[in-house]
Design a protein around this ligand. Structure first.
Ligand code: FMN
Length: 286
């Protein structure tokens, strides 16, 4: 854990506004807009905004990157971090994207989203690799610790308990997506946000989505095309398009059930940071 906290402190040199333990907001399509990203960064976290580039090849978003061009569309500012994910050609895409970003903006830190040990190994390029059948989280922590790459934990974290557990496992900070859907600054409909507070894992939730009428009908075999038309009609209905009888997509992560209140993004960051520090100091008394 001391090594991971050492990495976290080193990040303060790159991102002088951050406080530790570092709380990062996950990129979430249109929902993580600039207002949310700025509010989280102002609270000492790291806010993310999502760039969705619809393109025929996975690399085309990066073709135009050069020292002469702004690296990514964030106005006249260069991003402090670029978060890369879902490469179509695996490590080859990551290498290509990273080279282009480094050429265009050497100060932009490159964050890579990994979901498997194999993806972590891809980053290590021949250095010592994890072995055996330990839990994948610990294997990845071990592998990346030796490589000096800080690791941030994501998935199912929505309060100080989850955040403390992730730090104790060796993460240098934590990433939250779903918790920030219930932030005042999230770019999300009220109906959607109401569902985030209402839904519980194990009742009305299936991985990645809150169950609604279209989900149930899709499972029963209704064609996607018909459901898409109903979805588009429901968009016009506004907030009533969400809910158990609704038609609108209601993406959510596994922390559903832990989120009971809409709060300012800064309050979410402060509350979780405070709870982590309290829990860690309690551990010292054991
Ligand atoms: C509504 C929503 C939209 C998301 N959109 C994306 C996305 O466009 N690309 C991506 O890589 N991850 C996306 N994610 C995943 C997050 O980046 C992050 O990995 C995940 O939310 C972390 O788990 P948590 O939601 O349990 O905190 C999304 C998650 C949510 C909840």
């Amino acid at each position: 854990m001391s090594q991971s906290l050492h990495f976290a402190k080193k990040l303060s040199l790159l991102y002088p506004w951050i406080s530790t333990p570092l709380i990062v907001s996950a990129p979430m399509r249109v929902m993580s807009g600039p207002a949310l990203a700025v509010a989280i960064s102002r609270a000492g976290g790291l806010g993310a905004s999502c760039l969705i580039q619809k393109s025929s090849t996975s690399s085309s978003a990066f073709h135009s990157l050069s020292p002469a061009n702004p690296p990514l569309p964030v106005g006249r500012f260069k991003p402090c971090a670029a978060w890369l994910y879902v490469p179509r050609q695996g490590q080859k895409d990551f290498d290509y994207w990273s080279d282009r970003i480094r050429d265009a903006s050497p100060c932009t830190q490159i964050w890579i989203q990994i979901g498997t040990i194999a993806e972590a190994e891809g980053l290590l390029k021949g250095s010592e690799r994890p072995e055996g059948s330990r839990s994948w989280a610990m294997a990845v922590v071990d592998a990346l610790t030796r490589s000096q790459i800080p690791l941030f934990a994501a998935g199912g974290i929505a309060d100080g308990r989850g955040a403390t557990a992730a730090l104790c496992l060796g993460a240098s900070g934590i990433v939250m997506g779903t918790r920030f859907l219930a932030a005042e600054e999230a770019r999300i409909g009220h109906g959607y946000q109401r569902e985030i507070l209402r839904a519980r894992d194990g009742a009305g939730y299936s991985p990645r989505t809150i169950i609604n009428k279209s989900f149930v009908e899709y499972q029963a075999g209704r064609p996607f095309k018909e459901l898409k038309e109903l979805h588009d009609q429901a968009l016009k209905a506004g907030d009533s398009g969400w809910g158990p009888g609704g038609r609108l997509a209601t993406y959510a992560g596994a922390s559903i059930g832990l989120i009971h209140e809409v709060k300012k993004a800064a309050t979410i960051v402060y509350d979780i940071r405070k709870e982590v520090l309290e829990r860690l100091s309690l551990l010292q008394e054991i």
